[in-house]
Design a protein. Structure first.
Length: 322
């Protein structure tokens, strides 16, 4: 709270490269939406990675660690006036910045009523902020879960407030090994998102334990610290900024592999949907998927964007939603 509320006043105050947004090109609709966001909100933004998933119209979205509200105001435009975006952050100063500009953005977007709200609170205790079970379609988080001492509690709470078929789409920092006590207690390394980084394999075990589908890796890029003193403390540990998708898959979803055909109806991704590092779906093209991906597509908001068939080849039978 002290680091993000007092010590950092703008993104240029960061002491490492860990929180620098990855260079993956942004879709035009996202670039256009960014231009409408207030300059103070942008200046107080410390996120990393890209946390804008596809197929957002009319969705209810929760942003964990929403900071100054940049991603919330970006998503506010993409979900439309019928959608809703909630931001929660533990740093009161950041929440104040976000709240201060609600009227400015609603006027800019041409909305009659605000479709954003911000809470001061903890992502490990979403119930304290009044967030109910199964109330969100999507949860996003941009480089903040590493700042939470109890990662299991964060994922448990995320799972609780997601609707069945809902998605957690988040970027964070991961480490190549479990970190030493010296690193984990270093104040600057903690504030700069490195000391609290999860060993990447632990994400998989925690996600399974909580009830999520296996993590789908979207993008990953190595992090250079760019500070010799801090590099000496870190030693041979490597860090990466990675974006993952986790789904709250419905019980009884398709149990086996299948074939899917994307219908091209997601705005901004009409010809091709890059779902994750393993699956890219082109409009009208038959793609073989494993049981996990078949279950994700069938039970999530993507179901109506795909024709989903059980099995493979000519023996495939139509299955579920089209």
């Amino acid at each position: 709270q002290d680091y993000y509320g007092k010590e950092l006043q703008k993104s240029e105050d960061l002491k490492t490269n860990a929180c620098i947004t990855s260079a993956r090109p942004l879709p035009k609709m996202v670039r256009d939406a960014l231009e409408h966001i207030h300059e103070e909100v942008v200046a107080r933004y410390y996120g990393c990675g890209l946390v804008i998933p596809e197929c957002l119209s009319s969705c209810r979205i929760l942003d964990l660690g929403s900071g100054s509200g940049r991603d919330c105001y970006l998503l506010s435009q993409l979900v439309g006036e019928q959608g809703h975006v909630t931001g929660i952050d533990m740093t009161e100063g950041q929440v104040e910045v976000a709240k201060k500009h609600i009227a400015y953005h609603m006027d800019k977007f041409g909305y009659r009523e605000p479709n954003v709200e911000f809470f001061h609170g903890y992502m490990e205790k979403l119930g304290d902020a009044g967030l109910a079970d199964e109330s969100y379609d999507i949860i996003i988080s941009n480089c903040v879960i590493n700042l939470a001492p109890d990662k299991r509690a964060v994922l448990r709470e995320a799972f609780r407030v997601l609707k069945p078929g809902g998605e957690m789409y988040f970027s964070d920092i991961y480490a190549s090994q479990r970190l030493s006590e010296t690193i984990r207690k270093h104040r600057v390394l903690w504030g700069e998102c490195l000391a609290g980084a999860l060993y990447w394999r632990d994400l998989y075990s925690i996600a399974e334990e909580v009830g999520f589908s296996p993590p789908c890796l979207v993008t990953a890029s190595p992090i250079t610290i760019g500070n010799k003193e801090l590099e000496a403390i870190v030693g041979d540990c490597c860090f990466v900024s990675a974006t993952f998708r986790l789904f709250k898959v419905l019980g009884g979803s398709q149990a086996g592999p299948g074939q899917v055909i994307y219908n091209g109806r997601i705005v901004g991704h009409e010809r091709e949907l890059v779902f994750d590092a393993n699956f890219t779906f082109k409009e009208g093209e038959v793609v073989d998927v494993d049981a996990e991906m078949a279950a994700i597509l069938q039970s999530s908001r993507f179901a109506e964007k795909f024709l989903i068939r059980a099995g493979g080849g000519n023996t495939a039978a139509l299955q579920g939603c089209c």
